[in-house]
Write a protein that binds this ligand. Structure first.
Ligand SMILES: [Zn+2]
Length: 457
């Protein structure tokens, strides 16, 4: 359904809403929900982004990819050349505007910068005959899983034999558990020089590569006729540099350029891998410097962040926007507080029967053949159960005396898996692990079958 939406996304809202009808029909078919079930609740329960949000996300991704494509890309040339001219016109939001302007609006509405063109080179600046193995070494005398003292003694031996007379530089990256931003650090113990940066990235490999890039630039600027070894505990980073990895060109390319310039300046430099967290004192020191940088206020350089990370940030922002937008509407729905983030996946992995899956989804959405709901639709004279209470989801699962025996078994089964007998937990609250969720839905299915509710819902 999203094929070509970058182009047709400029159509009027009335035309675009035709797609929404197709999406909601598909969701109802998949989930087994009623035609009367509100599409907002279905989107929430199935955890499916509405098409308008989805189009916005795809437009932002497309635009960023163009801004970071190669110089040969025809659209890149057009956009970077005419960017100022296109944007200087007085466009009115809501009118038909060029795709790039729509993309700019989409980015700025979520507070992302737009218009930063940083073309990525297709090929490495290093020629194929460049002796990469002389610059990068992922070999270490002992396995990383060996005991700490063995690693430390091997490291000291390596320094004495191979790197005698070299200046030692240590680099590291750090990503906190909160994953809000990461840090990179470099340290030159002999010069007592230490530096760290907080980066607006949530990828540890990006942080490690930025650490290496900063160290190489430092060497290029301040060292002459020297021999330098840079220690890193990220083997992945060395592999990415070695193969000039696609997707990481924005970081790998400046590193390769630095290596080339260092060769021209006759500075011997080597990037050497050391096992992480194995007690090598100066490696531990740079690790603690990187961790200390999390308290920094200033966040630096989004320039070198790979496109994939921008896309992750966009995805989060669009989902968050949808979450906030739907919050108000959900407050007025029957089961508002009990949203699950991915009901359909949980049901698909837990139950084989489509009838059971549909029944549980209807229980979650609150639109089902119970008198309270049917009465709202004027299909039933009274909303009351034969026991005298209002017949809704809460009543039939928790209170109605007609299903007492089945409920005793359900309560007992849930007790043994440590789940309290509360409606949100029985319907699979988000706090449950997939393993527990599977058991809950199994017991709920047994309840629905033994009570006879499965036939009526
Ligand atoms: Zn009842």
């Amino acid at each position: 359904m999203d094929y070509g939406d970058i182009v047709y996304g400029s159509a009027s809202k009335t035309l675009l809403s035709r797609w929404d009808v197709i999406q909601s029909t598909a969701l109802r078919l998949i989930s087994g929900a009623f035609r009367s079930s509100p599409i907002l609740l279905l989107h929430c329960e199935v955890n499916c982004l509405p098409l308008s949000y989805w189009r916005q996300l795809r437009l932002m991704v497309w635009y960023t990819k163009i801004c970071n494509s190669s110089l040969d890309h025809p659209l890149f040339q057009c956009l970077s050349h005419d960017y100022a001219a296109i944007h200087s016109k007085n466009w009115t939001a809501g009118r038909q505007v060029p795709t790039v302007i729509r993309a700019s609006y989409a980015l700025s509405s979520l507070h992302f910068p737009c218009g930063s063109f940083s073309p990525l080179p297709d090929i490495s600046p290093l020629p194929p005959w460049f002796p990469m193995s002389e610059y990068l070494s992922s070999d270490f005398p002992v396995a990383a899983k060996q005991e700490g003292h063995l690693v430390v003694s091997s490291f000291n031996k390596l320094c004495d034999e191979e790197y005698n007379g070299y200046v030692h530089i240590y680099t590291d990256g750090s990503l906190p558990e909160s994953q809000s931003s990461c840090t990179a650090a470099m340290s030159i113990p002999t010069l007592e020089f230490h530096a760290a940066w907080k980066i607006s990235s949530v990828n540890i490999v990006t942080a490690e590569l930025i650490g290496l890039m900063k160290a190489l630039r430092f060497v290029l600027e301040f060292f002459y006729n020297s021999k330098v070894v840079i220690f890193t505990d990220s083997k992945v980073s060395l592999d990415l540099i070695r193969c000039y990895a696609v997707g990481f060109q924005s970081l790998v390319d400046p590193i390769c350029c630095s290596l080339k310039s260092l060769k021209e300046k006759n500075i011997v430099v080597k990037l050497q891998w050391v096992p992480s967290h194995s007690g090598v004192p100066r490696n531990e020191l740079v690790d603690s410097i990187a961790k200390g940088a999390h308290s920094f206020v200033n966040i630096v350089n989004p320039v070198h962040i790979p496109v994939s990370e921008h896309i992750t940030a966009y995805r989060r922002a669009v989902w968050e926007k949808w979450r906030l937008d739907r919050e108000v509407e959900l407050q007025f729905s029957q089961l508002g507080p009990y949203r699950r983030s991915n009901l359909l996946t949980a049901l698909t992995t837990s139950l084989a029967s489509r009838k059971l899956k549909s029944a549980i989804l209807r229980l979650c959405v609150g639109h089902l053949r119970l008198k309270a709901h049917l009465h709202r639709l004027s299909l039933e004279d009274s909303p009351f159960c034969s026991c005298g209470e209002i017949e809704d989801v809460r009543h039939i699962i928790l209170h109605c005396p007609r299903y007492f025996t089945s409920r005793v078994f359900l309560r007992h089964s849930l007790f043994w898996i440590g789940v309290p007998f509360q409606l949100d937990r029985i319907l699979g609250a988000d706090s449950e692990t997939p393993h527990v969720l599977k058991k809950i839905y199994h017991h709920l299915a047994v309840f629905l079958k033994s009570s006879g509710l499965l036939k009526t819902l």
